[in-house]
Design a protein around this ligand. Structure first.
Ligand SMILES: Nc1ncnc2c1ncn2[C@@H]1O[C@H](COP(=O)(O)OP(=O)(O)O)[C@@H](O)[C@H]1O
Ligand SMILES: O=C(CO)[C@@H](O)[C@H](O)COP(=O)(O)O
Length: 475
């Protein structure tokens, strides 16, 4: 008997990626891709165009489809369902002051307790405050607020459908409580100048959002990091480091987290559990920007970085090229420390870029451990994980075994797995991965010591350059 096919979509910052999988085994049978426009402010129609281009000719025989989308983006609609202004994306930092104000008005402890996270410029709630203050006439027209994946799901269903979301993506808004699974309308109204736009209905992990006009079942969808966790069939002890436009480090947990330092965001996952996560604004693009500066292709950049010794001859690169989110320095610029005539080589600079990018995530990993997350090994995914230099340096900087799962678009795979789950309407999602089964890259004792030194220098440079404490504060 021919089994059903399911499609998963990853509508992330730089592109839309599609996988079509066998619903029983997860085997990937077709893939597609289309680029998104540059910029941190994007018309949602561009995601729809990219969806259509990426799925062109791929959906024959597909019984269900799920969408994983970049988190946090603010999509505002008027009464007629028309977009009020281009969406502000997670990496748009114009709402930094609004974030600071909201933090001050309600207090860090309060935010952490209410929604599991502190509002930083990435979060939807801060973008709404920015809009209320800077575009009040447009804000008055907003009848509904959606996230990128909510909007795409709704567009797929047809505009008479009721907009839906899931608890994973909702947990990145700043007005949803992951622990109670309900919206905090009071926080939304507080941020948005008393306005109370409609929000999408939060449906369960295996619920059906509806059907496309062609009769394809559409699942709830979720945020891209939650979809990656679903695609990797993440279990406790496995921590993901994803190197896309953003760098993220996260793991699954049975309990909600509430980090009032703001380093760890206490998100929900796409299965009913939780997904504590730390996110940097600067990941794979640090590598592409540095290789462009050095005038070399990425393969040559890798060779340069691998030719330098660990520690980059004493160079420390704080790669805050697009500002930074963790640590919360939205206006920061990149800084290179420790130059002398002997160490100013392309090799050291390439390696310092890799080490600097990974050190930001190692600090996030430490914060997750402080929140009680078990870390047995790191699974390295995303575009940047294709770099040979990143693969070699990661075990040194993280100090734990690093596994590189077979190259695949795990966000799209997770969205497809959610679609298969909704199609089967089973209690548990289908098992697709036996085990990652790949030989971990184990750091030696000497690697761990070197990694510790590199990380210490990174934290000291942070303190020197940006006046922030190198060590987490004691309570
Ligand atoms: N071999 C490589 N070395 C370094 N960076 C790479 C490599 N291959 C792809 N990338 C980078 O990965 C990024 C895309 O990763 P991806 O996970 O698809 O991002 P996103 O999901 O944010 O759109 C791009 O910036 C791309 O240049
Ligand atoms: O803001 C976050 C996580 O909180 C980002 O991880 C976005 O979800 C964008 O993801 P990528 O496009 O980098 O995959």
């Amino acid at each position: 008997m021919k089994s059903d096919l399911v499609a998963g979509i990853d509508s992330s910052t730089q592109s839309t990626k599609v996988v079509v999988c066998d619903a029983d085994t997860g085997e990937i049978v077709r893939t597609g891709r289309a680029s998104h426009p540059e910029g941190t402010e994007v018309a949602p129609a561009a995601w729809w165009d990219a969806f259509r281009e990426a799925t062109d000719g791929l959906l024959d025989g597909v019984g269900a489809i799920g969408i994983g989308g970049q988190q946090h983006g603010m999509v505002t609609l008027d009464e007629a369902g028309e977009v009020v202004r281009p969406a502000l994306l997670w990496n748009d930092t114009r709402s930094a002051k609004a974030a600071e104000d909201l933090g001050g008005e309600l207090g860090a402890e309060n935010w952490a307790k209410s929604v599991g996270s502190l509002p930083v410029a990435s979060f939807t709630v801060t973008k709404l405050r920015w809009m209320a203050e800077n575009e009040p006439e447009l804000a008055d027209r907003v009848a509904r607020v959606l996230l990128p994946h909510d909007w795409l799901t709704w567009r797929l269903l047809g505009q008479d459908a009721e907009p839906v979301t899931d608890r994973g993506d909702a947990s990145g808004t700043g007005y949803f409580s992951p622990s109670t699974g309900t919206y905090r309308q009071d926080l939304l109204a507080h941020a948005f100048g008393g306005r109370t736009p409609e929000l999408p209905k939060v449906i369960g992990p295996a619920e059906t959002a509806g059907h496309t006009p062609d009769g394809i079942l559409v699942s709830a969808g979720t945020g891209d990091n939650m979809a990656a966790a679903l695609g990797l069939e993440l279990v406790p002890g496995d921590v993901v480091v994803s190197l896309g436009t953003s760098g993220t480090v996260f793991g699954v947990s049975e309990t909600a987290s509430a980090d009032s330092s703001g380093i760890v965001a206490g998100f929900a996952d796409a299965t009913g559990r939780f997904l504590p996560l730390a996110c940097t604004l600067n990941a794979a693009r640090v590598l592409t920007a540095t290789s462009a500066m050095l005038g070399v292709e990425l393969a040559e950049f890798d060779k340069l970085a691998l030719a330098a010794a660990p520690g980059s001859g004493g160079l420390t690169f704080l790669p805050y090229l697009d500002g930074e989110r963790t640590p919360n320095l939205p206006d920061a610029k990149g800084t290179l420390f420790g130059l002398n005539r002997a160490n100013m080589t392309p090799e050291n600079l390439a390696r310092a870029a890799v080490e600097g990018m990974l050190c930001g995530l190692a600090a996030g990993l430490d914060a997750l451990v402080e929140q009680g997350l078990e870390v047995r090994r790191v699974l390295l995914i995303g575009g940047g994980a294709q770099s040979a230099a990143v693969r070699a340096v990661a075990p040194i900087v993280f100090g734990v075994p690093v596994v590189i799962p077979e190259v695949a678009e795990y966000v799209a795979v997770g969205a497809a797995r959610q679609a298969a789950w909704a199609l089967a309407s089973s209690t548990e999602p289908p098992r697709w991965q036996e085990d990652h089964g790949y030989t971990p890259l184990e750091p030696t004792e000497a690697d761990r010591a070197e990694g510790h030194r590199i990380q210490q220098r990174h934290l000291e440079a942070r303190e020197l350059g940006h006046g922030i404490s190198a060590k987490p504060k004691e309570d």
